[in-house]
Design a protein around this ligand. Structure first.
Ligand SMILES: O=P(O)(O)OC[C@H]1O[C@H](OP(=O)(O)OP(=O)(O)O)[C@H](O)[C@@H]1O
Ligand SMILES: O=c1cc[nH]c(=O)[nH]1
Ligand SMILES: [Mg+2]
Length: 216
């Protein structure tokens, strides 16, 4: 299942426009903050699908029937571009556990690349609600590999993916490999370049958030 958070226009449309816009996106602080805000909106929307339990809360004047999130999720992110989006999710799911995975495109001289994964820091995922943040879902290779990697840490009860921009090819690839994951995205683009960049997309999310890096 895919939820396009831009389906109904909201402030989120402004933020998506800003992270795409060449005249705005190079303001790194704004770029990161916009990804964070997209993460906050996604957290709110995901929370509306999660189970809540009723508890009695003591106020200074009496008791109130409150609803509390029944299970705290595990928020996982893919370094490094995922960090601002993850920060936004954590702002709202502020009691969540967290997981970090290193996954990056290792480029070959012929222009092709493979996904290199070297590091994982993760709690037990058995029966947990897992929410994975990565701003760009391009080919989908990073997310599919990440989920396979994370499955070694236990069997989550549900898996959500949060992206700022997802490409249709990548969504299909993720769903072929992981039919039950729910993808929440800020926008959906149709095209992918031969080098695996989303068109119109926004360029390189990691570089825009943190600066360019030496080619791996
Ligand atoms: O769907 P895919 O084709 O796998 O591409 C998406 C991946 O590319 C980006 O990371 P990148 O490799 O640029 O690493 P970075 O975060 O260090 O910039 C992005 O954050 C995703 O993880
Ligand atoms: O378009 C893309 C594809 C992968 N990673 C990015 O940062 N941008
Ligand atoms: Mg990058």
């Amino acid at each position: 299942m895919v939820v396009n958070l831009s389906k109904h226009y909201s402030l989120l449309s402004d933020w998506i426009s800003e992270i795409r816009n060449v005249d705005v996106q190079n303001d790194r602080m704004r770029f990161r903050r916009n990804l964070e805000r997209i993460g906050e909106v996604a957290a709110y929307e995901i929370s509306r699908t999660l189970p809540f339990e009723q508890v009695e809360t003591q106020t200074p004047l009496g008791t109130s029937n409150s609803k509390l999130l029944q299970y705290q999720p595990v928020l996982a992110t893919i370094l490094r571009a995922g960090m601002p989006l993850h920060a936004g999710l954590l702002n709202y799911f502020d009691k969540a556990d967290n997981a970090f995975i290193s996954a990056y495109r290792k480029h070959h001289p012929d222009g092709s690349f493979e996904i290199s994964m070297e590091y994982i820091s993760c709690p037990d995922l058995e029966d947990r609600i897992l929410i994975i943040a990565d701003p760009m879902l391009a080919t989908g290779a990073s997310l599919v590999k990440t989920i396979q990697f994370l499955r070694e840490e236990g069997k989550p009860r549900e898996i959500h993916i949060v992206c700022a921009i997802a490409c249709t090819v990548g969504i299909e690839y993720v769903h072929r490999s992981e039919p039950n994951v729910k993808i929440w995205c800020g926008a959906i683009d149709e095209e992918l370049t031969a080098k695996g960049y989303i068109v119109p997309g926004l360029g390189d999310a990691g570089d825009l958030a943190f600066g360019s890096k030496q080619q791996a």
